[in-house]
Ligand binder design. Sequence first.
Ligand SMILES: Nc1ncnc2c1ncn2[C@@H]1O[C@H](COP(=O)(O)O)[C@@H](OP(=O)(O)O)[C@H]1O
Ligand SMILES: [Mg+2]
Length: 251
Amino acid sequence: MSEDRVLAGELATEAGHLLMQIRAESDLRGKELGAEGDQRSNDLLLERLAAQRPADKVLSEESADDKTRLEASRVWIVDPVDGTREYGTDGHADWAVHVALWSAASGLIAGAVALPALGITYVDNDDPVAETAGLASSPKGDRPRVVVSASRAPAFSQAVADAIGGEVLSMGSAGAKAMAVVRGEADAYVHAGGQYEWDSAAPVAVAQAKGLWCGRIDGSALVYNQDDTYLPDLIICRPELRDTILSVTAS
Ligand SMILES: Nc1ncnc2c1ncn2[C@@H]1O[C@H](COP(=O)(O)O)[C@@H](OP(=O)(O)O)[C@H]1O
Ligand SMILES: [Mg+2]
């Protein structure tokens, strides 16, 4: 495995441990716990990246945007807590830490998504993934599942599910939803209406490495390290579902 990939996995896992510890020891809940977790996870990730990859730039949800990244050859794109709302709510495992590495030459070249409450970190290699029960409430049945945001589901969610003869499943966190598809608990993750590069970079790096199709809802490619980091929609799905899903979302 590349050293960058190993580092991405270590950092996401470490930040996840810190977040679990904060959640266990703190009296804070809700937005306040989310803010505390965001800040301390961000501090850890920035400190470790500065020490281990001093020449690289960082784009983080929780840091001021340093635009020198636009001329950089390597940029780490991190989300210290994805699914902040769920992190702040007892009983939720659908939150994640995202660490991705983008290069000017090749786009996303490393990515890790930690699901700390499940004790799993996924990295963008081609290791087989166990279809263990994780975030979905019941075992997957015969019908395909489309996983969508619990709070901001796209208007076309049900139409996508109908098109593939399946059902809609709600869950928090872009990373958790993408990993549900990686694990086989869902068949597609669709989103529209708003998101940023850090929400999808690491999940997409992992999903692509596991053979899933990733793109925008109009079928175009997801492009990272842009001046405007708004990247409002995406699809992550089993490749054989791509055309059917796009026939709904692209129209
Ligand atoms: N309409 C929207 N506008 C901006 N960000 C959005 C969004 N819908 C979802 N997101 C972001 O995408 C991530 C996953 O959302 P969801 O859990 O609803 O699927 C969350 O990241 P954060 O938790 O890092 O803020 C959330 O803020
Ligand atoms: Mg996020």
